[in-house]
Every structure is written in structure tokens, then in C-alpha cells.
Ligand binder design. Structure first.
Ligand code: S3P
Length: 434
């Protein structure tokens, strides 16, 4: 691998993946800790915080709202919160490329008696925001969108509790409602059709909020306060996905990932890769602030990957891992069938269209569906010019597919990886044998 410019990355075929890594902190958890720390009383110390640009956007927003954010010499981030009262920011809140920042911040901000404008880059400004406007307006917030999108203007003020049934499986929407709910008057309750990642619930508890969960509802009493915490952020499973998938492509691979987030609402990837034929050892499991963390060792299937179907609840739980699973599926025996994943069309890019376009560029046959993809197995891919569409997960997914292709692949817009995983190319190089 070598880069010709920061935006272009050349990937050469590999023989094997081998080594041991500890990955930067989980993006979803880092966002939530940054936001809650910004509103908490006291100084929160976070180690292994995500190094991605997205989480820097969340830190930037809480700083603009009056929190003090310090990057310490030992790599830790310390956030001294606003003790329950955000200030009126002097300018707009720039969420960059981060849907998580925009949606979850909206919930956290809405109860504060100021005017907020949240903006994002071109990709974020195309993504749907009605999904947070509806529940927050039901709670009494005044929110103006621009044709369903950012910029978002929030005229904040006291909110009242609601009972809400999330119409789409979205952890961001769930978290936005809970982040407003613990500050509202009354008890907010919420149900979801699919159990999405529960980092919002766990982070609230870690910061001292009482929250109840029954089989089908989560509820949180309003008027609660946050207290600063000390936390180590677990390694990011969605970043690990690229290396775990790459490892399954070569029968002699052996990869160990230490300190990896193993939250059951995020670990469906391990089940899928097991159905694909990979084998895992999980060691040193421990719980940190409610989050499960462990060491994962993967060995690749000796006789190649089988195939897999992903639909229903699995599609929602694996939403960030679907691009890389689709990208490697042509190398499996039976391929992949993905359905119920319409949300992929409104991520940082239209991930269904871009996965199909790039697989075709590598010579694969693919069928695109409104809510998924069919990628038949037993296909050989060749090196190609890949269009990341400025989407981090597309750039990284096709860097992985390129490792088993014949010939070299050029990833255009490779620098997008820095949105979630700036170390991706150097770590991939470190564990790739040629
Ligand atoms: C996230 C939830 C998912 C995911 C995103 C992070 C989160 O989005 O795709 O990368 O941290 O809650 P949705 O909630 O929109 O499905």
C-alpha cells in the first residue's frame, strides 16, 4: 500500500493477515460520552476516545456550548461540563459529516432556553432529520428544518415527557429522545421494533441517570442531573469489522484485537462471520461503565467463506457493517443476500448504490434492490478505480475487497476513512502480509 495523495490510496493484493492490535475508541460511545460530559457537573476524563473527525465534531459542539475540552499529553480528553446549563453559543454548531452529532445533540439541546443552529457538510445536509423533529416537537421543542434537512434551528425551552414508539430502527433517534427525556418534566418512555445499540442508555446510567428497561419499553424520569465520570472507551467493533472481514479472506490469517467493545447490541458481526465459517476465541471479558469489553481472536475458515442472508433485525443491528460484508461476499461460496436495509440509502452516501457500483467496477455481478443487495458467490474480482463517494465506510470496505482482487486497486476519496478511523490504512499495512 502507498498513497499518491491524501485522497487516493493504492491497495495491492495480500497473502495473509496476521498480528495483534488495539483499536481506537468506539465512535458511538465516544459521541455519547462527549455530549453527556459537556452537560455534566465536574470534569470527565476519557481515555481511548475515538480519533475520528466525527467525534471531534461532538467535542466542538459541547465546547461551543460552554464546556471546557482539553486534550491531555497522555492522549486522554478531559471535558469540564456546564453543570446542567448549556450557554447560548455565539455561532452555529458545526456537526461536520456526523449524523450522530446532529441528531443526538438536538435532543440534548432542546430543553435549554436558547436558540441553536446546527449545520453539516454537503452529505449531512442531504440526510433525513424529520425523524428527530417529530418526537422533539411532541415534547414541546420548536424546530425548523430546511425541507426536512439541516440546517436545523432549535428554539429551546422546557419540555414535557412523551410516550414514543420509534417508527424506524434508529439508535440515534432513540438517544435523542432519551437525551431530551431525562431533562423534561415527567417520565418519557419509548419502544423500539428492533433492539438497536444501547450505548445511549448505558452512557446515561454511567453519568448517574436512573433509567428503566422492561422487555419492550425504556423509560426515564425527567429532572435528572449528570455527574462527571472517568471512562476508557472500548475499541470500535465497526472499525474492527474491516480487519475481521479481511482476515476471513485468507485461510492462514490469525488476528487478535484487544480491548474491543463486545456490547451484545453491536456484536452481531461475530455471528455473521461465524455463519460465514470463521472461528473466534473471546478472552478477558470485563464490563466498563456497563459496556462489555474483551479480546477477540479470529481464525479464517480453512475451506473459504460460506454464504449468508441478512434481513430483519439483523439488518438494523449490522447497518454499519453491511458495506464491507457485501464487498467481500463475491469471494464466498454462496454470496450474500441483504434485505430490510433501506436505511443504507440515507447514510453518509447511498451505500446500496455505491457498493453495487464499486463491485461492478471490480468485475462482479450484483443485483440492487430498494432495501438491499444480492451478491452471488464464487466471483473473482479484479483491481479497479473505486469511488468512495466521500464515505468512510465505502473507502474502507473496498480497501478490504481489494486485498483478494487480481491486480491493484485505487481508492479515490480514501481520506474519508478519517471520519471514523484515521489510522485505518497504517494499521491495515501493519497486519497485511504480501
Ligand atoms: C449510530 C447509529 C446508527 C449508525 C451510526 C451510529 C449511533 O445510525 O449507522 O453510524 O451511534 O447511534 P441510525 O441510528 O441512524 O441507524
Amino acid at each position: 500500500m502507498s498513497s499518491t495523495s491524501s485522497a487516493t490510496q493504492l491497495i495491492r493484493p495480500a497473502k495473509n493477515l496476521f498480528g495483534s492490535l488495539r483499536l481506537p475508541g468506539d465512535k458511538s460511545i465516544s459521541h455519547r460520552y462527549a455530549m453527556l460530559a459537556g452537560l455534566a457537573e465536574g470534569t470527565t476524563r476519557l481515555t481511548n476516545f475515538s480519533t475520528g473527525a466525527d467525534c471531534a465534531s461532538s467535542l466542538g459542539c459541547v465546547a461551543a456550548l460552554g464546556a471546557k475540552v482539553e486534550h491531555k499529553a497522555d492522549g486522554a480528553i478531559e471535558v469540564t461540563g456546564t453543570a446542567g446549563s448549556f450557554q447560548q453559543p455565539t455561532g452555529v454548531l458545526d456537526c461536520g459529516n456526523s449524523g450522530s452529532t446532529m441528531r443526538m445533540m438536538s435532543g440534548l439541546l432542546a430543553p435549554h432556553p436558547h436558540t441553536f443552529t446546527l449545520i453539516g457538510d454537503a452529505s449531512l445536509s442531504r440526510r433525513p432529520m424529520e425523524r428527530i423533529r417529530k418526537p422533539l416537537e411532541k415534547m414541546g421543542a420548536r424546530i425548523t428544518l430546511t425541507d426536512g434537512h439541516a440546517p436545523i434551528m432549535i428554539q429551546g425551552g422546557p419540555l414535557k415527557a412523551i410516550d414514543f414508539d420509534t417508527p424506524i430502527p434508529s439508535a440515534q433517534v432513540k438517544t435523542a429522545v432519551l437525551f431530551a427525556g431525562f431533562q423534561a418534566e415527567g417520565t418519557t418512555s419509548l419502544s423500539e421494533t428492533v433492539r438497536t445499540r444501547d450505548h445511549g442508555e448505558l452512557a446515561l446510567r454511567a453519568f448517574g441517570v436512573e433509567l428503566n428497561r422492561t422487555a419492550d419499553r425504556i423509560s426515564v424520569r425527567g429532572g435528572q442531573k449528570l455527574k462527571a465520570i472517568n471512562a476508557a472507551v472500548p475499541g470500535d467493533m465497526s472499525s474492527a469489522a474491516f480487519f475481521l472481514c479481511a482476515a476471513t479472506l485468507f485461510p492462514d490469517s490469525n488476528l487478535v484485537l484487544d480491548g474491543l467493545g463486545m456490547n451484545p447490541t453491536r456484536a452481531a458481526l461475530l455471528d455473521v462471520l461465524t455463519s460465514f465459517g470463521a472461528k473466534f476465541n473471546v478472552l478477558n471479558l470485563e464490563e466498563l461503565n456497563g459496556e462489555l469489553v474483551g479480546t477477540v481472536q479470529i481464525s479464517a475458515p480453512k475451506d473459504g467463506l460460506k454464504g449468508v442472508e441478512i434481513s430483519g433485525a439483523w439488518a438494523a443491528q449490522l447497518i454499519d457493517e453491511l458495506p464491507v460484508l457485501a464487498a467481500i461476499a463475491s469471494y464466498s461460496r454462496e454470496g450474500i443476500r441483504i434485505r430490510d436495509a433501506k436505511e443504507l440509502r440515507v447514510k453518509e452516501s447511498d451505500r446500496i448504490a455505491l457498493v453495487a457500483e464499486n463491485l461492478r467496477a471490480m468485475g462482479a455481478v450484483v443485483t440492487e434492490h430498494e432495501d438491499g443487495l444480492d451478491v452471488p458467490g464464487n466471483q473473482k474480482l479484479h483491481g479497479a478505480q473505486i469511488n468512495s463517494g466521500g464515505d468512510h465506510r465505502i473507502a474502507m470496505a473496498f480497501s478490504v475487497a481489494a486485498l483478494r482482487a487480481e491486480g491493484e486497486t485505487v481508492i479515490h476519496g480514501a481520506d474519508a476513512a478519517a471520519i471514523s478511523f484515521p489510522e485505518f490504512y497504517s494499521l491495515l499495512e501493519q497486519i497485511t502480509e504480501r
